[in-house]
Design a protein around this ligand. Structure first.
Ligand SMILES: [Zn+2]
Length: 340
């Protein structure tokens, strides 16, 4: 696979929870069904034993192999109630999306064609799926030992599963040593009409502000939980990253506050575009290959937050150049969540 600079996430972690129904959380990178079945085998399970699959969000490194898993096991599929819209095609709705012919999760894909064409056959297969249990905010499932928090920001259909108030399955929302790429507020306008009715109104489904709200939810509602089981980097360089979920959420919140401050410092009276800011903000190793697009997107998500606070304004909206206004209201915004 081509390199994305040093943004590489490492393998996807899928988890098996035993109980009345054997539950598989996430199904891994697409095209790796054999790896999944052989790892299940090593743990003493057969794919046919799976009674329930929970998907943390509809990205192909987390829901990959899902059609094969469901077919082989006949398991129930539990997912965020926006998941069905993310995997389906909405070709009749354009609304300015870069790729209206891609599934809901990828209508604003920024990858060049050489990358996104790799996912297309998988997306076709995935588009036929529908969740059997659509998880809503506050869904109570009396006979399961899980509860769920809807945590949009990385994607509109992100959610975290909490098992017996002890373990949090963080998907890409709560990662161990990295932060996920936030979606962009801009994407809301291209996708508003494909979302389930009433979901994400006033841009609650996309962008860094939505993600910050989700982190705040996690830091408040997971106080008593002991262990984060993230979608990537549970182990790194042979060592486990065993973290407390609420503390990790608070740490990521502070990280984004600092990054907003750093972007304002870089702008410092100048008018710069996304790439000019990204060059100063990131190590060149992170900007290799498609890392360049990821770094620009990262800058954009923070600028959107700063623009909403009134700390930056767009100098030229079509070229995404911005300048500072002199205020630092982002501090008050983050202060509500971080106690800074
Ligand atoms: Zn993801």
């Amino acid at each position: 696979m081509a390199s994305g600079g040093d943004w590489d996430l490492g393998p996807t972690w899928c988890y098996v929870v035993t109980g009345e129904k054997l539950t598989l959380i996430d199904t891994g990178q697409f095209g790796k069904f054999n790896v999944l079945t052989s790892m299940l085998g090593q743990a003493g399970f057969d794919i046919k034993d799976i009674g329930r699959v929970i998907i943390t969000h509809g990205h192909e490194d987390h829901d990959g192999n899902l059609p094969e898993v469901l077919e082989a096991s006949g398991a129930e599929l539990w997912a965020h109630y926006a998941f069905d819209s993310m995997v389906a095609y909405h070709e009749d709705i354009d609304d300015g999306a870069a790729h209206p012919d891609f599934p809901g999760s990828c209508r604003t894909c920024l990858m060049p064609e050489q990358f996104n064409k790799i996912c297309r056959p998988y997306h076709r297969k995935r588009s036929k799926l529908k969740a059997t249990q659509r998880i809503m905010e506050g869904t109570a499932l009396p006979d399961s030992r899980f509860r769920f928090l809807l945590t949009p920001g990385h994607s509109p259909d992100s959610m975290c599963g909490i098992f017996e108030d002890e373990v949090v399955f963080g998907g890409d929302t709560l990662l161990a040593t990295i932060t996920p790429h936030p979606s962009l507020m801009l994407e809301y306008y291209c996708n508003k009409r494909i979302l389930p009715e009433g979901y994400g109104k006033d841009n609650g489904a996309y962008g860094l502000i939505a993600y910050i709200g989700s982190l705040d939810k996690l830091q408040k509602q997971c106080r008593s939980t002991e262990l984060l089981l993230p979608g990537h980097r549970l182990f790194e360089k042979g060592k486990p990253n065993y973290l407390r979920p609420a503390e990790r959420a608070a740490e990521i919140l502070r990280f984004h506050a600092v990054r907003c401050g750093n972007i304002l410092k870089i702008l410092d009276g100048r008018v710069l575009d996304l790439d000019q800011i990204a060059i100063e903000l990131f190590d060149p190793r992170l900007r290799r290959g498609f890392g360049k697009y990821l770094s620009q997107r990262e800058v954009m998500s923070h600028l959107e937050l700063l623009a909403v606070q009134g700390d930056v304004e767009w100098a030229d909206g079509s070229k995404f150049t911005s300048r500072t206004t002199g205020s630092e209201k982002y501090k008050g915004f983050f202060g509500k969540f971080t106690g800074i």
